[in-house]
Design a protein around this ligand. Structure first.
Ligand code: FHN
Length: 594
């Protein structure tokens, strides 16, 4: 009887809340599901990216100017003449490079694959290439091939090794893509570039460095889909087990890479990767000290895993071959966390219940991992939607069993007075039978046991013309940020309805987090819930331009009172229709009033 009630609850909930399907762009799975390399890749979950080239020697300075943002773009941003920029090679002598030290730090960080720039857009080859003289062996005093040593050291440390390769952009070559300050675009012959540099170099990389886990193509251009297919078919013959990233272009990669610094808002099937850098730049910049803390890395990693993907995190060694000390320290701290909680990351797939005010979940057959980022004040951790029979709940990596109660629709765990890791203590819930996949359940939990409930706009039900779209902007050059926002709310019919499960009675402050340009500012909108109304006037936040450091604002619009716990719909909409977008709503925040 109890099980039947549970089943009925789940079926009703799912059919009501899945009534509006998730937009196609998020449910599409990436890549080629039959590729043999996908097994290691989807189990790996955590990779290390390394951007290393002549730009590392420059460290964000060209002549008398400092550059912020993507340091590996310095040649382009300074419009440095190719011949002059090439002179940097004469001083590039990374005596501090130690392949074994790099691979050891990577292993201690807990990464399972490492991808390094063989050639970035500047055109300098960081490996021994017969195709050009502009490589580390012939053009620099270093005179050796660091990739030989690094590929071996990675394998010795059980790390899959891969090369990043900029297949189209090459600012050193007259026929390469991108350099229009030295070479006229109309005179370029991209086919010639692919024939004489890109493809022969890719062949060298796939021939001279043992078995590669993957080739990370970047920034496609200059080839038709047929030409791209011919290129990768011929390269595949050299190493059939090697994966090719989706940035080879035309949808021909083996797995899907999201945009730089982008995590999809909902779980995605198939093999995919989010790519972030440790600070604000990919290549080394001496004055960029904005490193993500171990806690931020751990949250990012568990968040990406909770959506089913891999995180590849970038480090930029300097021109001497040394990593920034903060990167070493914080990656090692992440590795320490993984030693205890790695089972909740490696080999997992997305969590079967959506993000909760306390954190996120990942899963394996028969196991749900609860990543507790914030402890509820009453120490009762509520897990909604568990319909399998719970056998036990433990702190992962310990024998410490926690007491819990299971009722239809929710399981509650009693947490101990202190948790071992305030950043993310993982609990493992083992269960019998089948657990429903409720990962895209729209209803979001609100409770006064936490600092606030932050509910992304993606979870709302969209009415009228309102739709959810990706909003892209940047802080510094190339320092991309991506957020999914509600667009096209121009009339009261274009309302967003957030289904909420509010656990506790009391007052909640409603904060709207949105972008709003001049055209949208000073329009009336209203938040409603159970007949309560919070009217507001939109505030100017910044103009919509991807290259502006546009800021989202937090606009507190008022307080709502909840006198009965349970299901409530919160609506956000324009007051009148005037064809102007109200704003681009990123999330709503409900803050318990204390
Ligand atoms: O232009 C590059 C950039 O320098 C960096 O290499 C990133 C890493 O994903 N990829 C390109 C931009 O998407």
């Amino acid at each position: 009887m109890k099980r039947f009630a549970l089943l009925l609850w789940t079926v009703c909930l799912c059919s009501a809340l899945f009534a509006q399907d998730m937009p196609d762009m998020w449910t599409k799975s990436g890549g080629n599901p039959t590729h043999p390399g996908l097994k290691w890749f989807t189990e790996a979950k955590f990779g290390l990216f390394i951007h290393w080239g002549l730009y590392s020697k420059l460290g964000g300075r060209w002549k008398d100017s400092s550059y912020y943002g993507s340091g590996e773009w310095i040649m382009n941003r300074a419009k440095a003449p190719a011949a002059e920029y090439a002179q940097v090679a004469k001083t590039f002598n990374p005596q501090g490079f130690d392949a074994d030290e790099w691979a050891t730090i990577a292993r201690e960080a807990g990464v399972k694959y490492l991808v390094i720039t063989a050639k970035h857009h500047e055109g300098f080859s960081m490996f021994d290439s017969k195709v050009t003289d502009f490589d580390i062996v012939k053009a620099s005093p270093y005179g050796k091939d660091p990739m030989k040593a690094l590929s071996r050291a990675c394998r010795d440390n059980g790390i899959q090794f891969g090369f990043y390769y900029s297949q189209f952009l090459d600012w050193h070559e007259p026929n390469g893509g991108g350099n229009s300050w030295d070479f006229k675009t109309k005179d370029k012959d991209y086919q010639q570039y692919y024939r004489t540099k890109s493809i022969p170099q890719l062949r060298e990389l796939l021939t001279n460095y043992g078995p590669l886990g993957l080739v990370w193509f970047d920034m496609p251009g200059g080839l038709t889909p047929e030409q791209t297919k011919r290129m990768i078919d011929s390269l595949r013959l050299l190493q059939p087990n090697c994966l090719f990233s989706s940035r080879v272009g035309h949808g021909l990669g083996d797995y899907r890479d999201f945009g730089d610094s982008e995590v999809p808002p909902v779980p995605i099937d198939g093999a995919w990767e989010s790519i972030y850098t440790h600070n604000d730049s990919w290549g080394y910049i001496q004055h960029d000290l904005n490193f993500k803390s171990p806690e931020e890395i751990i949250h990012l990693l568990s968040n990406v895993a909770s959506k089913g993907g891999n995180l590849m995190l970038n480090v930029g060694p300097d021109g001497d071959g040394k990593w920034p000390q903060y990167s070493i320290n914080y990656l090692k701290a992440t590795g320490k966390w993984l030693q205890q909680y790695g089972e909740s990351i490696y080999g997992t797939t997305y969590g079967l219940i959506p993000a909760q005010p306390w954190g996120v979940t990942t899963s394996k057959p028969g196991k749900l991992f609860l990543h507790v980022w914030e402890t509820p004040a009453n120490r009762k951790l509520r897990i909604p939607g568990v319909d399998a029979k719970v056998k036990s709940i433990k702190i992962l990596g310990t024998r410490q069993t926690l007491t819990f109660t299971q009722q239809p629709g929710e399981t509650t765990v009693q947490l101990p007075v202190t948790l071992p890791d305030t950043r993310n203590t993982v609990l493992v819930m083992e269960y019998d039978g089948q657990q429903s996949d409720l990962s895209q359940l729209r209803t979001q939990t609100v409770s006064n046991q936490y600092k606030a409930a932050e509910i992304p706009a993606v979870w709302a039900v969209y009415n009228g013309a309102a739709k959810n779209k990706l909003f892209t902007w940047s802080h510094y050059f190339g320092d991309w940020k991506h957020d999914n926002c509600a667009y096209d709310m121009t009339a009261p019919e274009d309302a967003l309805v957030f289904p909420l499960d509010i656990q506790d009675t009391g007052d909640y402050k409603v904060i709207l987090d949105y972008a709003c340009d001049q055209a949208s500012a000073t329009q009336q909108g209203v938040v409603t819930l159970n007949g309560q109304q919070l009217p507001f006037l939109t505030l100017f936040a910044g103009n919509y331009d991807t290259h502006q450091p546009l800021m989202f604002i937090h606009h507190a619009v008022g307080i709502l009172h909840i006198d009965k716990p349970g299901k409530h719909n919160l609506t956000v909409k324009p007051v009148s229709g005037n064809k102007k977008e109200l704003f681009r709503l990123r999330k709503i925040i409900l803050q318990p009033v204390k």
